[in-house]
Design a protein around this ligand. Structure first.
Ligand code: HH2
Length: 333
């Protein structure tokens, strides 16, 4: 595609009949920034965009894992790993994991359980070990009556299968089906909703490969190809959330460029998820060494994402992000 269309959401106070709805998010836009690889951006009235683009931008997204996407949702993070950058080692035992899940469930719409760290430099974990970390926790949570939808953060078909059997609902693959092609078949066979994230290389190597012609347009094209692969495997568009993958094979400047133009990704016609919570680039921007001291800046970026119509935020601190959503809702932002 030579032109890319980024809707410019407007404030709730300025919505008139001429405004177009943004993907059923409750947000609206009149104008679109037209981006290309060869020309400076232009701003045009929305109605000047091709019909197929307007259809992708305006069509309401179907509910995802039973969650309507007409308001922003929170995914709470639960890492059952010894080495995750923020909470590594804290929730390794089933009991500690269960306590944290109960805490998250108070305010999270979805709980994301991961048994393999994917922070830059992290080593791959064998499928058996990953399963041994996440499956007993998912089983224990379901046995205890937890009804919150659970996603499993895995790149592997075998882990996905075992997690779905144990009571997980959603697959969250940071490799966007690149790591294990069989994972697409598992998702299709099981009719599971899926989150497909943009990344390059593997967590061990990705930062060395962080090179793009134009990071925003390159990530857009890669996500379009990922969505097409998923659809070819039999996964309908309405069961897919896409994620630009902040921090995965991206420099700080790449991350900032993506955050400035997040609403572009609505043109892919899927719901969108964003994970910025406590990530390393926030530490570098704010001079905060400890991940658990990065929640204020994480929430500030979360608000920016919500204002651009992002449907789901992946976060560590649910309480702070519930406050963010309350003020955003009151403002109509
Ligand atoms: N980020 C991380 C892990 N999984 N999934 C999606 N969809 N989007 C993300 O941005 C994302 C993700 C990395 O964060 P975390 O789980 O907190 O750490 P670690 O990978 O070290 O376990």
């Amino acid at each position: 595609m030579s032109h890319y269309y980024r809707p410019l959401p407007i404030s709730a106070g300025e919505v008139t009949d001429a405004a177009l709805p943004l993907g059923g998010t409750g947000k609206f836009f009149y104008k679109i920034a037209v981006l290309s690889r060869s020309q400076a951006p232009r701003i045009v009235l929305a109605k000047e965009a091709p019909a197929a683009v307007l259809e992708a931008l305006t069509a309401p997204r179907p509910a995802f894992a039973g969650l309507s996407l007409d308001r922003p949702r929170l995914m709470g993070i639960l890492n059952i790993t010894p080495d995750s950058f923020s909470d590594g080692g804290r929730f390794l035992g089933a009991e500690a994991a269960q306590r944290q899940a109960a805490e998250l469930a108070r305010g999270a719409d979805l709980i994301d359980i991961g048994g393999e760290s994917t922070r830059p430099g992290a080593r791959e974990v064998p499928a058996e070990e990953e399963m041994a970390r996440v499956v007993p926790v998912i089983e224990a949570l379901r046995d205890a009556g937890l009804t919150t939808p659970i996603s499993v953060d895995t790149r592997k078909a075998a882990v996905a299968r075992a997690a779905l059997d144990a009571g997980a609902d959603v697959i969250n693959d940071v490799s966007g089906f690149r790591f294990d092609p069989e994972l697409a078949d598992v998702v299709a066979e099981r009719n599971a909703p899926v989150i497909l994230m943009h990344s390059i290389g593997t967590p061990e190597t990705m930062q060395a490969q962080a090179k793009y012609d134009d990071v925003v347009l390159d990530v857009y094209d890669a996500l379009a190809a990922t969505r097409a692969r998923a659809e070819a495997a039999g996964i309908p568009r309405g069961r897919i959330l896409l994620d630009p993958g902040i921090g995965f094979g991206k420099t700080d400047d790449h991350n900032l460029a993506l955050l400035r133009r997040l609403s572009l990704f609505h043109a892919l016609g899927c719901g969108l998820l964003l994970g910025v919570s406590r990530k390393g680039f926030i530490g570098r921007l704010t001079g905060t060494e400890r991940p658990d001291q990065r929640d204020a800046a994480s929430a500030a970026l979360g608000l920016l994402a919500v204002a651009q119509g992002i449907q789901m935020l992946r976060v560590h601190d649910i309480g702070i992000h519930r406050q963010l959503l309350a003020v955003a809702d009151a403002l109509g932002t």
